[in-house]
Design a protein around this ligand. Structure first.
Ligand code: CTP
Length: 402
């Protein structure tokens, strides 16, 4: 919720990229912003105002002289108290109007009257974007300290490739946060998280796995992202939606998870290993389906211990492991912390009703490498995620250096 309490005017102009403004609005709302949408008349041809109204839970403004606007001078009233006006998509037309002082509709009038920062996210075909007049307008506005985010070079609505593609909503949000001076406490960190189960094939239709749903790891990924971290989520098969704005790497087996973690280890500053990795795999995978018979003997061999391998190779990353236990919680967790050379371990008794696999809550005990133990009550996994990150960042701020 990095934008909580921020009042944002989202201006939407008449470009096909107006559909992306819907996703942008959703992300702004998710981050806690108070958003008022102002659309140009042409924008309403691309997306119905009702879409923005439902998502923002507020009226959408378009006209200067709508009869139901009462006694307020609408363009001044809407601008009052705004932290930023963000125009996304911004067409060549709105850029041109702003650069030349033209105020002939609600949005262009608000831009001329603005007393807050203005950010424009251009979207147009490359032929328009490269036009010298458009370029002159952009440089003129840049000189006046108007900010531009994008455009990107890529596939355009015309089917051509070139500059003019509106920046992605997450990139616009990052730009906005920088502009507003918002830095989460994990900003500058890259958090690598393993989540979910792994699967080890017995034959083409059967596998060995665990009951992990991935909920704990995904909750940490989401919390770390909203606290400003870059997040790499290495996930085994889980039926959860990848949170917005994070890089996800999908893996199936323990070997694949180990490779993925090793590949990205040097990019990270914090590692949080929530995955319930399958500890064994069949010594051989049958190429065709094993037919049912009386009984079969499966020879199982050990999979690599990812956390142990990582801790042998790591630099000064802060490493958090999990311990899924059903008995002797503290003793077993302390032993894992010691053997795997962790900085912190999150122990949970997975047999308790409010804890462990597939649940939305967890009951955990945190143990650090100095042996300090903190017990927590049953909490939603999203709160457990923030609590773990609070502890990690407090250790890092106290001068942890691997
Ligand atoms: N882990 C891992 N690779 C494995 C097994 C576990 O990286 N092959 C990690 C888990 O992600 C977790 C920690 O090690 O962070 C402890 O996992 P857990 O399943 O509790 O314990 P194990 O080490 O597998 O030991 P045991 O099954 O004997 O309890």
């Amino acid at each position: 919720m990095t934008l909580a309490g921020k009042k944002i005017i989202l201006g939407v102009t008449g470009s096909i990229a107006a559909y992306k403004a819907v996703f942008l609005l959703r992300r702004l709302i998710e981050e806690g912003a108070d958003v008022t949408v102002v659309m140009t008349r042409y924008a309403t041809n691309f997306v119905a105002p009702l879409t923005f109204q439902v998502l923002s839970k507020k009226p959408v403004y378009s006209g200067m002289f709508d009869p139901d606007q009462g006694k307020d001078i609408i363009h001044l009233y809407l601008n009052r108290g705004a932290d930023v006006i963000l125009v996304a998509p911004a067409t060549a037309n709105i850029i041109g109007k702003m650069a030349n002082g033209i105020a002939d509709d609600l949005l262009s009038t608000m831009l001329i009257a603005a007393r807050c920062p203005v950010i424009l996210a251009p979207a147009m075909d490359y032929e328009m974007y490269e036009n010298p007049v458009v370029q002159k307008n952009i440089s003129y506005l840049r000189n006046l300290k108007i900010d531009f985010v994008g455009p990107e070079t890529g596939l355009l609505a015309s089917g051509d490739t070139g500059p003019g593609r509106m920046s992605e909503p997450d990139d616009i949000i990052t730009f906005l946060e920088d502009k507003l001076g918002i830095k989460g406490d994990l900003s500058g960190h890259t958090v690598l998280i393993t989540a979910g189960p792994t699967r080890e094939a017995i034959d083409p239709v059967r596998y060995i796995s665990s009951r992990s749903s991935g909920k704990m790891g995904y909750a940490i990924a989401e919390a770390a992202k909203s606290r400003g971290a870059k997040v790499i989520l290495i996930t085994g098969p889980a039926s959860l939606t990848i949170p917005q704005g994070i890089e996800a790497i999908n893996v199936i087996t323990a070997e694949e998870m180990l490779d993925a973690v090793m590949n990205r280890l040097s990019d990270s500053t914090v590692l949080i290993m929530t995955a319930a990795v399958s500890d064994f795999r069949p010594a051989e995978k049958a190429i065709s389906k094993i037919k049912k018979g009386e009984a079969i003997n499966l020879k199982l061999i050990k999979t690599p211990d990812i956390l142990e391998e990582v801790c042998k190779k790591k630099g000064n990353q802060f490493v958090v492991g999990f311990a899924a236990e059903t008995e002797d919680l503290i003793t077993n967790a302390k032993e894992k912390l010691r053997i795997k050379h962790l900085d912190m371990i999150v122990a949970n008794n997975v047999s308790l009703p409010g804890a462990g696999f597939e649940k939305d809550t967890n009951i955990v005990t945190l143990i650090d490498k100095e042996g300090k133990i903190k017990e927590y009550p049953e909490m939603p996994k999203s709160d457990v995620a923030d609590m773990i990150l609070d502890n990690v960042i407090s250790k890092i701020n106290k001068g942890y250096n691997g």
